[in-house]
Design a protein around this ligand. Structure first.
Ligand SMILES: [Fe+2]
Length: 293
C-alpha cells in the first residue's frame, strides 16, 4: 500500500519538518512536542556546524563514554547537564520566585535523606578538623515575619573540599550534615567548619571536555540548604563564600549575587568566649525568605 508522504522527501532544507511530520501520530503529545523541538534545534545546530562524518562520530563516542561512565554512584550525564548550564536553566525555569524571596540553586549530588535532626546551635563537625564557623540567621516570609517550625537541612564539604559520602571510613558518617527546626522567632544557628572549594568529578569524559575547553572543574566554597515549612515553597539553595578563588567561575554556574554570604573572622576574645569557641572563628549570618505556596 502506498502512503502519502507527509512533507515530501527528506532534504537538507526541510529536514526538521519531515521528521516532525513523521511523529504526528504520537500518543503522548508532550513527548512528541519535546522531541520535535529537540529535532528542530539539533538540525539547526548541525546545519550551522556542518560536521564531518568523523566529527559526528566523535560526538557519538563522547556521549557513549558519558553513558558508560554512569553507575549507581556516578551520574556523568548530570555532570554534562551541569557544566553546560542546563541544570541551572531548568532550576531557574522551575523556581521563578516572587521578589524578596531567596533564590534557589542546584541540589547537587551529595544530599542524603536521613541526616540527624539536631538541637539548634549544635556542632555538625564530627571530626574537629578545620577552622570553626558559626552560622546563624532567620527564616522569614516575604513580609519579613519569622517562620515557626521551618525545617532546615544543611550539608557541606569539609575544609579539604570533600563530603562525608566521598570519604567513607575517613570522615565520620553524617559529618557536616544536620537538620534543624526553627521556633516561633524563626532563628537558626549551628556550628561547623569553614568549607573549601572542590572539583566536580573530573576523571571522566566531562572532565576531559572541560580540560579541552580550557575550563577548571571547581565549585567555590558553599553550604547547601533545603528549607521547608508548611504553607511555603520548598527552597533548595546554597550560600557562597564571596572571597573564594572560584566565586566568579563556578564549574556548574550555581552562583547568584543574592546567595553570597559574609564569612567574618572573629578574633575578639570576648566574642570568641560568648560564641563558645576557644579560638578565632568565622561568623556567617544569613537570612532566608520563603515564598508562600
Ligand atoms: Fe556542594
Amino acid at each position: 500500500m502506498t502512503q502519502v508522504h507527509e512533507q515530501g522527501y527528506f532534504t537538507e532544507e526541510n529536514s526538521a519538518e519531515v521528521v516532525a511530520a513523521r511523529n504526528a501520530n504520537a500518543s503522548n503529545e508532550r513527548l512528541r512536542d519535546c522531541v520535535n523541538i529537540l529535532v528542530k534545534h539539533i538540525h539547526a545546530a548541525v546545519k550551522e556546524m556542518e560536521p564531518t562524518q568523523d566529527e559526528w562520530f566523535e560526538a557519538i563516542m563522547f556521549l557513549t563514554r558519558t553513558g558508560q561512565t554512569c553507575n549507581d554512584w556516578r551520574q556523568e550525564f548530570i555532570l554534562l547537564s551541569d557544566v553546560t548550564g542546563v541544570s541551572m536553566l531548568v532550576d531557574a525555569i522551575n523556581n521563578r520566585k516572587p521578589s524578596g524571596a531567596s533564590e534557589s540553586t542546584v541540589l547537587g549530588p551529595f544530599h542524603v535523606e536521613d541526616a540527624p535532626e539536631l538541637p539548634m546551635g549544635a556542632d555538625i563537625c564530627l571530626d574537629s578538623k578545620g577552622e570553626p564557623m558559626l552560622v546563624r540567621g532567620r527564616i522569614l516570609d516575604t513580609k519579613g515575619s519569622p517562620i515557626d517550625s521551618a525545617k532546615i537541612d544543611v550539608w557541606q564539604a569539609n575544609d579539604e573540599g570533600f563530603y562525608d559520602v566521598q570519604q567513607k571510613g575517613i570522615q565520620p558518617d553524617f559529618n557536616l550534615r544536620g537538620v534543624f527546626r526553627t521556633g516561633p522567632d524563626g532563628t537558626y544557628s549551628f556550628r561547623a567548619v569553614k568549607p573549601k572549594f572542590y572539583p566536580i568529578p573530573d576523571d571522566g569524559p566531562v572532565g576531559q571536555l572541560l580540560t579541552r575547553l580550557g575550563r577548571h572543574p571547581y565549585r567555590p566554597a558553599h553550604l547547601h540548604y533545603i528549607i521547608e515549612a508548611e504553607g511555603f515553597d520548598r527552597l533548595v539553595t546554597h550560600i557562597f563564600d564571596p572571597d573564594d578563588p572560584y566565586i566568579h567561575s563556578d564549574a556548574v554556574f550555581g552562583v547568584k549575587e543574592s546567595l553570597m554570604a559574609k564569612f567574618d573572622l572573629i578574633e575578639d576574645p570576648e566574642a570568641i568566649r560568648a560564641a563558645g569557641f576557644d579560638r578565632p572563628f568565622y561568623l556567617v549570618e544569613h537570612d532566608f525568605v520563603l515564598a508562600s505556596s
